[in-house]
Design a protein around this ligand. Structure first.
Ligand code: ZN
Length: 285
């Protein structure tokens, strides 16, 4: 037990946030100046026909066609949080300084798993944790299957050649601290999401990454009761993915160090996740 505690101490998570603010100018059409200067008709001279508008150069696409899979209403409802509430914190807030940045609840969050280096039984464990986050937030998650996309924290949010005309799915996978220096030392995972906004609209998460330290997690899985501990680690990382930050309250799963006795979300975690499941729908993205 001592070794386990030592192993799990300080299992903090480096937060990754890419804030890609997309300019509204990309959406405005040609306007203002007329295409051709009018030609004054002279006696006996026909005016020249107006010149055709010059071709608009195609801009490189930095985002998918809007509203992919977007419904008119949220796809689910968050679980009612405990009435007493609890300690929680959000990674990013909207411009109002109060409302948390969240995923769009009106469309599913797709996720893919890069199984390279995964421990035995690693994948079902991820699905179980995703199901728990989905239940609590009301956000709908859809598993896209395996992906061989390299697990980089600053991966592009839009990869049409790999995933088609939509935001890239959340990518979950396993690495060693040699592959991912952010996992050095006691760090056992890292997760975060990329937020985008358009013009004055709300900021919204569109995709993210969860990286789990396979060499540290594998021996925990092999211990008695280890599966529940690892599932809690994945839950903690998924909490980051959907927008929860660490709290200085060791009664919550979002405490920065893993506590083997705490294997599920606590009151503060549930309170924060309920708000993260009730974000605005953003069909313009
Ligand atoms: Zn963390």
């Amino acid at each position: 037990m001592r070794a386990l505690r030592r192993l799990l101490r300080g299992a903090g998570v480096v937060l990754v946030l890419l804030l890609a603010v997309l300019g509204a100018g990309a959406l405005s059409g040609p306007g203002g100046l007329p295409w051709a200067v009018p030609v004054t008709a002279l006696p006996g001279v026909l005016p020249a026909p107006p010149a055709p508008p010059p071709p608009v150069p195609e801009k490189p696409r930095d985002r998918p066609t809007p509203a992919h899979e977007a419904a008119d209403v949220p796809l689910g409802v968050p679980l009612a949080p405990p009435p007493e509430g609890g300690t929680h914190a959000f990674t990013t807030l909207q411009a109002d300084g109060v409302t948390p940045v969240a995923y769009d609840p009106c469309r599913p969050i797709h996720y893919a798993i890069n199984g390279l280096g995964a421990p035995v039984d690693g994948e079902p464990l991820v699905h179980a944790a995703v199901a728990r986050i989905a239940e609590v937030t009301g956000l709908r998650f859809v598993y896209d299957g395996a992906s061989d996309e390299p697990l980089l924290v600053d991966r592009p949010v839009y990869q049409p050649e790999r995933y088609g005309d939509r935001w890239a799915p959340v990518l979950i996978g396993w690495q060693t601290e040699q592959e991912e220096p952010a996992l050095a030392g006691d760090v056992i995972g890292q997760a975060g999401s990329a937020a985008v906004s358009l013009g004055d609209g709300p900021t919204v998460y569109v995709t993210g990454t969860v990286v789990l330290d396979a060499p540290q997690i594998t021996p925990v899985l092999e211990r008695r009761g280890g599966r529940a501990v690892v599932e809690a680690i994945v839950l903690h990382e998924l909490g980051h993915l959907v927008g929860l930050a660490h709290v200085d309250d060791d009664g919550q799963l979002m405490y920065p160090e893993v506590q083997p006795e705490l294997t599920d979300l606590a009151a503060g975690d549930l309170t924060g996740l309920a708000r993260l499941g009730a974000g605005p729908c953003v069909p313009e993205l």
